[in-house]
Structure formats: C-alpha cells, structure tokens
Design a protein around this ligand. Structure first.
Ligand code: NCD
Length: 307
C-alpha cells in the first residue's frame, strides 16, 4: 500500500507488509544519516507542526526529521495559547489556513478524533502526533521498530503494557500493531485504568488483564511502561490516587528475564527508577533515537520519495 499523499491518523492503516517496508526504509535511512547527516530528499517541501498539547520528543523529532531530509519547518507549539485558537478560531479554519503555507501538517490535539476531523478538511496530508486519549500512530511505529531492533523480532513475544492503559494513547496504537503478529499481551493496570473497549475490540492476540506485575514479570519479553496521564483526569485528587502505583526499581528488574526489553514512550515521572538507566535492558533512550528515523521514513513516504 502506498502512503503517498495520505494522512497518517491511526495504527489501523498498517499491515505486516507495509511495516516490513517501513522498517527496511528506516534501516537505509539510518545508514544514510550516519554517512551524510542531512539528505536532499525533501528540499522542496515545508512541514508545519501544530501542537495544542505539550511535547518534547514528538515535535522536535518531527522537526529534526524534516530538517535532516533537507525540508523546512514552520511551527506553532502551545497552539492553545499562541495561535488564533485563543480568539475562537476552529480547528478546521486553522487547518485550512496552515495548508496554504505548508505541504504536510503534523498535528497534536487535546481531543480524540481531531486528526480525523483535520484530515477531512485538509487538501494536504495530516500526521496525527497524538489526539487526546485516542491514538499516536508514529509513536507505535517507532515502538515496533525498537522492539524489532532490541529483540530481533516482533512476533512470538509476551508483551506487558503497564500503567495508564485507559488514557495512554501510545498503548492504544501499539497494541494494534503488535496484534498483527503472533504475540500475547498482559495488560497491567489499576481496575479503573484498564484498556478501553474500542481498543480491546481490535486485539486478536490472546491477552490477560491483571493488576499484579510481579506475578507475570518472569514471563515477559517486552515491558512497556507508561505514565499516569495526569492531564486527562477530572481532578488532582483523582490523579493522586494512581500516581506512583507502579514503580520499576532495580529489585523489580531482578525478577525479569535477562533479555527483557524495557520501554517507555517518555516522559517518565516516577514509573522507572533512574537507577535502571544503565541496565542494558533499558531501551527507552534508544527508543527516542528511533523516533527521528521513523519520522524521516514516514515523511519521505507521504511525499512518495524513495530512499
Ligand atoms: C507520549 C504522548 O504524548 O502520548 N509521549 C510521547 O509522544 N513520546 C506519552 C506520554 O505523554 O505519556
């Protein structure tokens, strides 16, 4: 399937064949970036980033991806405060405007479904960089790529996802990609923060829901830790109830396989002790690097450029 001129909205747009192609391209791009630093692939293109929610990695990795492809970037971070939204402009009008200046729009928004809405009015591709508690498809791609790099495969794995599975959009997208292969899941969360029904419906692999990490940890091949999504709770008191509910410490890691891959989309608050950062199983900073490479891959595909 071709992504040329297509918006990237959901993990459901990918198949095993398209993932294979994406990861082979990402390997080629990795080598070329090492050799050349900046490539001339998109030197006739402009990317706009429109972020209504905070971001460090997603926005900067998209922007550095575009720069490393020779493209240009225009950017509105904190769009809620600093764009015409504050004057009452609708998302649709903002998109209709920004598309006059750019060739692709990377959008992060507070509302689930915002990227779909934007893609229906836009005449240029929209890339969903997180829509509220919905999805985060490019994060899922870089997570899959990391799993492949770290464990040499992305099938036949027992994957545990832990933390805020209700609001954590990275989990919603990643589980849709992992279920394309022969894997099995443990979803570890407090009972109030379990994975939502609309995601469960898409999961065809066997899965088990539990609150108890230690019970299943010795079996786990990939442990994907998430932050309790503070900004999605109605009150500070509700957030405080779940804050710090799971903590990966060196003692916890002693119970895990020596080959386990420990991942986190970041930012971490207190879910993973910094004492683990030097553990070879801690893959989260390598995961960050893969973000830029995967976003270079997706930008080149959206513009139909071969690499
Ligand atoms: C995630 C997000 O924004 O959904 N961060 C990211 O993009 N790497 C995870 C999070 O904020 O907890």
């Amino acid at each position: 399937m071709s992504f040329t001129g297509q918006s990237i909205i959901s993990a459901n747009q990918f198949s095993p064949a398209s993932l294979k192609d994406i990861f082979e391209r990402a390997d080629r791009i990795t080598k070329r970036v090492q050799q050349e630093g900046v490539l001339p692939t998109l030197n006739d293109k402009v990317m706009a980033t429109l972020f209504y929610e905070p971001s460090t990695r997603t926005r900067l990795s998209f922007e550095s991806a575009m720069q490393r492809l020779g493209g240009r970037v225009v950017s509105t971070s904190s769009a809620k405060q600093y764009s015409s939204v504050i004057k009452g402009e609708t998302l649709s009008d903002t998109i209709r405007t920004i598309q006059q200046y750019s060739d692709v729009i990377v959008l992060r928004h507070t509302d689930k479904g915002a990227a779909t809405e934007a893609s229906t009015v836009a005449q240029i591709p929209i890339i969903n960089a997180g829509d509220g508690d919905g999805e985060h498809p490019t994060q899922a791609l870089l997570d899959m790529y990391t799993i492949l790099k770290e464990s040499g495969r992305h099938e036949g794995l027992k994957i545990a996802m832990i933390g805020d599975l209700k609001y954590g959009r990275t989990v919603h997208s990643l589980s849709q990609l992992l279920t394309l292969y022969d894997n099995s899941f443990y979803f570890v969360s407090p009972p109030e923060l379990t994975i939502p029904a609309w995601v469960k419906e898409k999961i065809t692999c066997p899965y088990q829901e539990t609150q108890n990490l230690l019970e299943i940890l010795p079996e786990v091949d990939v442990l994907y830790v998430t932050r309790i999504q503070k900004e999605r709770f109605e009150s500070e008191a509700e957030y405080e109830r779940y804050r710090g509910v799971y903590k990966i410490t060196p003692e916890v890691m002693e119970k895990a396989k020596s080959t386990m891959v420990l991942m986190h989309p970041l930012p971490r608050i207190d879910e993973i002790s910094p004492a683990i950062d030097t553990d070879p199983r801690a893959a989260y900073f390598r995961q960050v690097k893969n973000g830029m490479l995967i976003r270079m891959t997706m930008l080149s595909l959206v513009f139909g450029r071969n690499l």
